[in-house]
Ligand binder design. Sequence first.
Ligand code: PLP
Length: 390
Amino acid sequence: MQASQRISGLTGGGSDGWDVFYRARAMVAAGEAVTELTIGEHDIRTDPSILAAMDASAVGGHTGYAMVPGITALRDAVAARVQARTGMATTRDNVLITPGGQAALFAAHHATNDEGDVALYCDPYYTTYPGTLRGVGAVPRAIMTTPEQNFEPSFTDIAKQARGARSLLVNSPNNPTGVVYSRATVEGIARACCEYDLWCVSDEVYDTQVWEGAHVSPREIEGMAARTLVVGSMSKSHAMTGSRVGWVVGPAEVIAQMINLATHTTYGVAGFVQDAALFALNAGPELEAKVGAPFQRRRELAQALIAQQNVVKLVPSGGAMYLMLDMRATGLSGEDFANRLLDTHKIAVMPGESFGAAATGHVRVAMTVEDRAFEAALGTVLDFAGGLAA
Ligand code: PLP
């Protein structure tokens, strides 16, 4: 028996630029000491206070089916948080709790695209995007961005691809680039959505990790609340990647229909995980700052090191846990550079090409090892690049 075309075609096939990553993992499994700057996962674990809240909830009996849309207190807390951060009126009716941001992305595209509809996304992109769009039966169409424009999509870039499309997926702070979209960029996104009658799916899972500039949500731009679905998550803000808890915020009538979708797919999120998320949100911004601080520190270390040479350029980034390095002066593709770096120095970085054609000649560095090891590894990356360019 054959699986459906929808599932067998999900990944799009072909080389996806992840060979370096798999090679690094194999080297680690074989006992080699590889410095892995590849995956977007904190080097700290979930805070013990959050785990204690989870434990108390589970032991206290919150282990049965939880309410499908999310427990009321957590929906209220997410609504209050979004309202406080954006000034936009938001209630629990605007919130669906999901098993992480990825499930929220899937649900948001399910809610906005019919079979064969064109769903736009920006290149470079977070790895799951095209597959998520295909997974709901949509046809992914890339909007190419450029390093010269800091990989931010302009109104014109979007307009070129927008005719006949149904939705536009944007992500700021951005993975893989770390770029925080300017207000002008977000206004251009809003204008394109309104002019071309597009849904906007705004992936804001890094919204608490902004080191420079300010996070602007498309939902807060005039005319956008009725056509925007915001994806949020506890994974990055609270180092709760394994807990699988996130949300979609959007118009109440669409959220009501997405609750039906949740009933027929996930059937909600574990109650004790939701109680832990509620505890974590109620703990306030200090806990978020503690989780984000290592990335902010390492970004500063990186800026200082990169300023001392002139081969590798840092894409001016303002957030998240990543740096995008322009390696084009070495004459190598991102993939070739990453392979040689792994072979020569046992340091693993992600080729820009793993995130789409727009980031060719770049590599993404995840700032997810402790400060001294990070600084040493980055110093080696820069020296190696300098040697290649000479
Ligand atoms: N969106 C972006 C841009 C991400 O980088 C990630 C994870 O790396 C996700 C969504 C999914 O996060 P989660 O499902 O853990 O909330």
